[in-house]
Design a binder for this molecule. Structure first.
Ligand code: ADP
Length: 190
């Protein structure tokens, strides 16, 4: 299975990505986690992307695409993967389409987690208080929402046209969303 999980900031992608990847026995790859690990370890990449991420802006496509290409080349991705937080721009969509078609591979499903804007902001502010992510403050959250709406939400049409989109209502408890999502993905395959 080769899958994507998409959703606005606060939609619960990271949490549900772990469950979806585990259920299908594939690696979950989060570009946000890769960037945060690099920032924590003060790598060259981390230093390059920290200011952008803290401002709620996207990392440049060429940088992000190179990281994803490296990660997908690891042996644990040979039988499948779940990308969380990639692609986020049309450029990245085309990059991924090309990457897969060159390897005679294709996506099997694109999960979209749907959550009301008010719930998203409440969840992010709650996470800010608990986890202290430097991009979870009010100004940055607002900017991340805008960038998502402008650059990433339109990508869902691309995957809908390809018949890959699996829309999942993302409100409710983690466990409720998990079950709903796993059933929706299974129903699409059947
Ligand atoms: P969120 O919970 O806001 O969806 P992520 O952990 O997925 O957060 O990503 C955090 C930040 O990392 C993003 O706001 C963005 O700055 C950067 N980032 C992650 N993935 C990408 C990507 N595919 N392209 C560009 N920037 C990205």
């Amino acid at each position: 299975m080769r899958m994507l999980i998409m959703g606005a900031p606060g939609a619960g992608k990271g949490t549900q990505a772990a469950a979806l990847a585990q259920a299908h026995g594939v690696a979950a790859i989060s570009t946000g986690d890769i960037f945060r690990a690099n920032i924590r370890n003060a790598t060259e990449l981390g230093l390059k992307v920290k200011a952008l991420i803290d401002a709620g802006e996207y990392v440049p496509d060429d940088v992000t695409e190179a990281i994803v290409a490296d990660r997908l080349a690891e042996p644990d991705c040979s039988s499948g993967f779940l990308l969380d937080g990639f692609p986020r721009t049309m450029h990245q969509v085309h990059f991924l389409d090309r990457y897969l078609s060159q390897r005679r591979q294709h996506l099997d499903a694109v999960v979209s987690l749907l959550v009301e804007p008010d719930v998203l902001v409440a969840r992010l502010l709650d996470r800010a208080a608990k986890e202290g992510r430097t991009d979870d403050n009010e100004d940055t959250i607002r900017r991340r929402m805008e960038v998502y709406a402008g650059q990433t939400a339109p990508l869902l049409f691309h995957y809908e046209r390809q018949g890959l989109l699996v829309e999942v209502e993302g409100s409710g408890t983690v466990e409720e969303v998990r079950q709903r999502m796993l059933e929706a993905v299974a129903a699409r395959k059947a």
